[in-house]
Design a protein around this ligand. Structure first.
Ligand SMILES: Cc1c2[nH]c(c1CCC(=O)O)Cc1[nH]c(c(CCC(=O)O)c1C)Cc1[nH]c(c(CCC(=O)O)c1C)Cc1[nH]c(c(C)c1CCC(=O)O)C2
Length: 347
C-alpha cells in the first residue's frame, strides 16, 4: 500500500496549513460527465452491483484522477449503501433516482435485519484504490449524515423539501430517534472500516440539513453528526473528518466550533468573504464553486474561481464545488478549472 504523503497539499490543508496553490477535488467527480464512466457504467448492471464490485468501483474511483490529477480520490459508492446494509431494499431506477421500500413505523424498523458484511466489498474497493494511487493522492471515504440517510429511508425516495421526515420529527420523535440511532451505529462502523482499509479522510454528506427549522436542527442534524464524529475520532483518533452540510447557512459556525471536525464543506450559497472571516480562522474550509459556473465556463468561470481563491488565499482551503458536478458539464471546462486553480496568484 502506497500511504499518502502527509506533506501533500491535501493532507496539510486538513491539518490547518495553508498552501499557495490549494488542493483540489470535486464532489461527485466520478460520474456521468466522464465518457469513460458512462462506458464502465454500461457494463456494470445495476448501480448497487456496480458499487459492490471492487474491480469496477475502484476503476470508477481512479478515472477522474487519471484524467485531471486531482489531489484526492473519493471512493465510488453511495450514501444509500447504509440502508441497504441495514436490510432495507434499495434500487436505483434509471432516470428517476433511488427508490427504497419506505420504513414508516417502529415495527418496520425492528424487522430490518441487516447484513453489515454487504459493505465489505466497498472496504475492498478502498484498499484497492489506496494500493493503486501514489502518495501524492489522498483517498476520501464517506457516508451520508444520519438525517439525510433517514430522509430517504422514511420517504423511500428523494423529496423536494423532505416533508415526510420533517413530519415524522414532529409526530413521532421516538421512532425517528430509533432510526437515527441505527444509522449512526452502522455509519460509524462503516467509516472506521474505511479508515482501516486505507482511506486518508472521511466526508459526511448532510445534503438536507437546510430543510430543518432552527428549533429542530440541533437534535436531528448537528447532534447525530457529532455523535458519528465522536465515535470515529474515539476509535481512530488520527482520522481526518470533513463535514459538508448543505443549505444550513450561518449554522456552519456550530460545526466550525465543534471538536473533531477538521474541515467544513461550503455549499455554493455561502459567501466566501463571510466564510473567510467567520469559519476559516478556526477550521479549514472546502468549496465552493457553483456547479453551474463550471457548466457556463469562460469568463464567468474564471471570475468565480478568482473570487474563491482570493477570499480563501490567506488560510487553509481545499478547492471544490459547492455541490456535486452535473452530468452535462463539459470536460474542457473542468480542464480550465484545474489550470486556473493551479495557476500562481489568484488564477
Ligand atoms: C444525496 C446523495 C446521494 N448520493 C450522494 C449524496 C450526497 C451528495 C449530494 O447531495 O449530492 C453521494 C454520492 N453518490 C455517489 C458518490 C461517489 C463518488 C463521487 O463523489 O464521485 C457520492 C459521494 C455516486 C453516485 N450516486 C448516484 C450516481 C449516478 C448513478 C448512475 O451512474 O447511474 C453516482 C455516480 C445515484 C444517486 N445517489 C443519490 C441520488 C439522489 C442519486 C440519483 C441522482 C443522480 O444520479 O445523481 C443519493
Amino acid at each position: 500500500m502506497a500511504n499518502v504523503d502527509e506533506t501533500s497539499p491535501f493532507m496539510r490543508a486538513l491539518r490547518g496549513e495553508r498552501s499557495a496553490i490549494p488542493p483540489l477535488w470535486l464532489m461527485r467527480q466520478a460520474g456521468r460527465y466522464l465518457p469513460e464512466y458512462r462506458e464502465l457504467r454500461a457494463k456494470a448492471g445495476g448501480f448497487l452491483e456496480f458499487c459492490y464490485t471492487p474491480a469496477l468501483a475502484a476503476e470508477a474511483t481512479l478515472q477522474p484522477i487519471r484524467r485531471f490529477g486531482f489531489d484526492a480520490a473519493i471512493l465510488f459508492s453511495d450514501i444509500l449503501v447504509i440502508p441497504d446494509a441495514l436490510g432495507q431494499r434499495v434500487r436505483f431506477v434509471e432516470g428517476e433516482g433511488p427508490r427504497l421500500d419506505a420504513v414508516t413505523d417502529p415495527a418496520a424498523l425492528a424487522s430490518l435485519t441487516g447484513d453489515p458484511s454487504r459493505l465489505d466489498a466497498v472496504l475492498e474497493t478502498a484498499a484497492r484504490v489506496r494500493g493503486s494511487l501514489g502518495p501524492e493522492t489522498a483517498v476520501i471515504g464517506f457516508c451520508g449524515a444520519p438525517w439525510t440517510v433517514a430522509s430517504y429511508m422514511i420517504a423511500g425516495k428523494g423529496t423536494p423539501d423532505q416533508a415526510p421526515i420533517r413530519l415524522t420529527a414532529y409526530r413521532d420523535a421516538d421512532f425517528l430517534q430509533a432510526m437515527i440511532d441505527r444509522v449512526i451505529e452502522a455509519s460509524a462502523r462503516y467509516l472506521v472500516g474505511q479508515i482501516d482499509a486505507g482511506v486518508d479522510a472521511v466526508q459526511i454528506f448532510e445534503s438536507f440539513g437546510g430543510a430543518l427549522p432552527p428549533a429542530l436542527f440541533e437534535r436531528w442534524s448537528f447532534e447525530p453528526i457529532m455523535r458519528l464524529v465522536r465515535h470515529v475520532k474515539h476509535e481512530r483518533p488520527r482520522a481526518r473528518v470533513i463535514v459538508f452540510a448543505r443549505g444550513v447557512g450561518d449554522r456552519l459556525t456550530q460545526f466550525a466550533a465543534a471538536d473533531g471536525i477538521d474541515a467544513i464543506g461550503l455549499d455554493w450559497s455561502i459567501d466566501p468573504a463571510w466564510a473567510a472571516e467567520t469559519l476559516q480562522p478556526r477550521r479549514t474550509v472546502q468549496g465552493n464553486l457553483d456547479p453551474l459556473a463550471l457548466i457556463a465556463g469562460g469568463d464567468a468561470l474564471d471570475a468565480a474561481v478568482a473570487r474563491i481563491r482570493g477570499a480563501f488565499g490567506e488560510g487553509p482551503h481545499i478547492f471544490n464545488l459547492g455541490h456535486g458536478i452535473l452530468p452535462e458539464t463539459p470536460l474542457a471546462h473542468v480542464e480550465r478549472l484545474v489550470a486556473r486553480v493551479r495557476a500562481p496568484g489568484n488564477g
